[in-house]
Design a protein around this ligand. Structure first.
Ligand SMILES: Nc1nc2c(c(=O)[nH]1)N[C@H]1C(S)=C(S)[C@@H](COP(=O)(O)OP(=O)(O)OC[C@H]3O[C@@H](n4cnc5c(=O)[nH]c(N)nc54)[C@H](O)[C@@H]3O)O[C@H]1N2
Ligand SMILES: Nc1nc2c(c(=O)[nH]1)N[C@H]1C(S)=C(S)[C@@H](COP(=O)(O)OP(=O)(O)OC[C@H]3O[C@@H](n4cnc5c(=O)[nH]c(N)nc54)[C@H](O)[C@@H]3O)O[C@H]1N2
Ligand code: SF4
Ligand SMILES: [Mo]
Length: 680
């Protein structure tokens, strides 16, 4: 028997995921057979997550499922009927629509949205060169995800993109996982990092997810939207037990005195009443965290609430007043930005290109697109707003505007693409080189081409280089090639040998020792200290100090809906893969047994969730991972694949959080009505 010649290429998963798995593409006799987790990669350890193991060997590599040539609309908007056209025709048509809007300065009536298709440093950001140069309006991507948290941490610490180094977990006594669900969203951190740390693990989450039940020593199953009250309750215990770090506070913190009355008032009984967390657990967790050294993982889920910004400032107080910073085993992590590896993203998106762009919150996307004077051209790349953004019904109505010229650049014919005048086929991360700067570990990884793109599909950056050319633009920075840029970015990190050397190892460990967060105790706040009392916050119309706020429970007839990440999807991606659809089953609202009983509902019943924004018909699933008073509907279904023709975002009216005009998607309330059997 002759043995097939087996080869592997190392690459990296560039999805918006904490793990940034190293991958291997396995070839037999020159043919790509399978994509697997890289056995040598410190996170993947030979396995991809369940969802990517399916889609990277499924729909993402199925040339028939992928977009492979530019398309022009032939049917009604939303109908999804197209005919193939050439790149030259497609780009010329788009250029003809944009050119007149550039005549009088910034082309603000060109609106673009982008986000998490790939977070590769080039394919995720380079196209901003084009949009900034023409002065387009950007739908601020972070407003649909994590902007309240970023802005709150900037107010307190001056920076939200410097987190703890996960390598320091070996020195931690306690780890708080607060409002994140690693068992879904950081599967290898759940599987390995949280299992291998000697620290006591505390999960703080309204949902009894697998990290809370399988990894945590203690689970504080608080009511949604009561995090700030809980943080003050923890600080109260730390204060009374003498566990606040007075020296650290004196040297580094502004505003302790202003917070003191609220901390003194937040005794365990009061906090239990506000949050639903038993006072004995409040005491246990407060002592463990304040004694330290402790790590605080600040999930993105918990700030997607109406007072999410305030909650993040309150968590900042917990860090600052207990001195859990700048020492081994201590710190907080929202995310680690490229800067933690000395990567200057101005190299990818040079600020001098900005011709006066405007920015709009995702919460205002539907209204912005409905404005016939304000928006003439809409372009999406790397995102699927019909599935991901709020106000789904209003968004569809706006996208149906005949005088709105819409361009959608994606791998697949998404629900958003169905509204496009022109669809542009994008190459996937398997089809070109790029860099990934993971946002948990402070490493650097190479994304390496393992196959040709289907048909005429092109990487995002090349698409916008060609569009710039079709518009006759001459600014040289709009045409810079990838390779020198990749080498420059690698060089900034101190890794020798450029992209080629990196691609041989896959992932570079850039630091030999765990890094201390804010090691020099300087903060980019106006005072240079940790600002619990913040005049900058007041200037934004916010309270001077965070407040011990707790959302009221929904009234008896209403239900609060949390719509966090599904284990089988990456945001709204992957719901077009047969294997994923099978695992997802029918869409359902998960209710606690007491809630189901109270409403005379059982597993498998059909219900309608409704509010002023819209209504959604789906099944009932009964599980004690929920709590009475709220239901769980995982995000990300493709409306076109649902019998309801919608997903959970039909219920989100786009209400803004308290800070940064960001999403409050986990705060929405609905009425719930049982459908008679066989009705629909
Ligand atoms: N109800 C609810 N809604 C939410 C959230 C929630 O918690 N609840 N979470 C929000 C969050 S955190 C986020 S980040 C957003 C995410 O929202 P989106 O960024 O819209 O997420 P996806 O739907 O995955 O869209 C990514 C799209 O990019 C495409 N794509 C992949 N690679 C490429 C590429 O290389 N080039 C191009 N052009 N396209 C590519 C994919 O096919 C996919 O259609 O959703 C938000 N929506
Ligand atoms: N499998 C998978 N992985 C993903 C994604 C995905 O869609 N699927 N999306 C990626 C993206 S873009 C992001 S931003 C991250 C997000 O990852 P996470 O930060 O984990 O965010 P979510 O899944 O929205 O929510 C996490 C938790 O927040 C909790 N939560 C909701 N409201 C509250 C509250 O009021 N208080 C507290 N304490 N907790 C609350 C929810 O119960 C949920 O368990 O995941 C990334 N990874
Ligand atoms: S989505 Fe996350 S867990 Fe899954 S393969 Fe990619 S990096 Fe790994
Ligand atoms: Mo996100």
């Amino acid at each position: 028997m002759t043995e097939a010649k087996r080869e592997v290429i190392k690459t990296t998963c560039p999805r918006d995921c904490y793990d940034a798995c190293g991958m291997v593409a396995v070839f037999d006799d020159g043919k790509l057979r399978r994509l697997l987790g890289d056995p040598d990669h410190h996170i993947a350890r030979g396995s991809l997550c369940g969802k990517c193991a399916i889609v990277y060997n499924g729909v993402w590599r199925d040339p028939d499922a992928r977009l492979s040539q530019p398309l022009r609309r032939t049917g009604r908007k939303g109908e999804g009927k197209f005919q193939p056209i050439s790149w030259d025709e497609a780009l010329a048509e788009i250029a003809d629509k944009i050119r007149p809007l550039m005549a009088d300065g910034p082309a603000r009536q060109v609106v673009h949205a982008h986000y998490t298709g790939t977070v590769g440093l080039i394919a995720g950001w380079y196209p901003l060169r084009f949009f900034q140069h023409i002065g387009a309006t950007e739908i601020d991507p972070d407003t649909v995800c994590n902007k309240a948290g970023h802005t709150a941490l900037e107010l307190v610490f001056g920076d939200s993109l410097e987190g703890f180094d996960p390598e320091t977990a070996k020195d931690a006594k306690t780890i708080l996982v607060w409002g994140a669900n690693p068992s879904h969203t950081a599967p290898h951190m759940h599987k390995n990092w949280l299992r291998e740390t000697p620290a006591k693990i505390i999960a703080i989450d309204p949902i009894g997810h697998r990290t809370a039940t399988e990894r945590a020593d203690v689970h504080l199953k608080l009511r949604p939207g009561t995090d700030a009250a809980l943080a003050f309750g923890l600080l109260h215990v730390a204060l009374t037990k003498g566990l606040l770090d007075r020296d650290f506070i004196d040297a580094n913190v502004i505003g302790f005195e202003s917070l003191l009355p609220a901390i003194e008032a937040a005794d365990p009984a009061t906090t239990e009443a506000l949050t639903g967390v038993p006072s004995a657990l409040i005491e246990e967790v407060a002592i463990a965290y304040a004694t330290g050294p402790s790590l605080l993982w600040m999930g993105q889920g918990m700030q997607r609430t109406a007072r999410g910004g305030n909650a993040f400032r309150a968590l900042g107080a917990l860090v600052g007043l207990t001195g859990n910073l700048a020492k081994p085993g201590a710190g907080f992590c929202y995310m680690n930005g490229p800067g933690s590896r000395n990567i200057d993203m101005d190299v990818v998106v040079p600020p001098q290109l900005d011709a006066g762009c405007a920015s709009v919150s995702h919460m205002d996307l539907a209204a912005t697109l409905a404005d016939a004077d304000g928006t003439r051209v809409f372009c999406t790349w790397n995102c699927n707003p019909v599935a991901s953004s709020p106000d789904q019904a209003a968004l569809r109505a706006a996208l149906a505007r005949e005088d709105l010229f819409t361009v959608v650049c994606d791998l697949f014919e998404t629900d958003t693409a169905a509204y496009a005048d022109i669809v542009l086929p994008a190459a996937s991360f398997l089809e070109f080189d790029d860099l990934v700067a993971p946002y948990f570990y402070q490493t650097l990884s190479a994304q390496v081409k393992v196959q040709d793109a289907p048909g005429e599909a092109l990487p995002n950056q090349e698409i916008f280089r060609r569009l710039a050319r079709a518009l006759g633009l001459t600014e040289p920075l709009l045409f810079e090639e990838d390779r020198p840029l990749l080498d420059r970015l690698v060089a900034m990190t101190g890794f020798a040998g450029g992209f080629q050397a990196l691609s041989r190892v896959g992932t570079a460990q850039l630091y030999s020792e765990p890094r201390l967060q804010f090691a020099d105790l300087t903060f980019a706040t106006p005072s240079g200290k940790i600002e619990l009392a913040s005049e900058a916050a007041v200037a934004q119309g916010l309270p001077l100090v965070p407040e011990p706020h707790a959302d009221a429970a929904p009234t008896a007839d209403k239900l609060r809906i949390l719509s966090p990440a599904s284990i089988w999807q990456m945001n709204a991606s992957y719901a077009n893969d047969a294997g994923i659809l099978k695992n997802l089953g029918q869409n359902a609202v998960i209710l606690h047994p007491d809630e189901a009983h109270r409403r005379a509902l059982e597993d498998g019943d059909r219900v309608v969730l409704s509010n002023a924004a819209g209504s959604l018909t789906l099944g009932v699933s009964v599980s004690d991972i929920a709590q009475p008073g709220f239901g769980i509907v995982y995000k990300g279904r493709w409306p076109a694949h649902e019998t309801a023709g919608a997903n959970v975002n039909i219920l989100h009216a786009g209400r803004k959080s308290d800070i940064a005009e960001a999403t409050s998607v986990h705060s929405m309330e609905v009425a719930i009505t049982k459908l008679p059997e066989a009705a629909e």
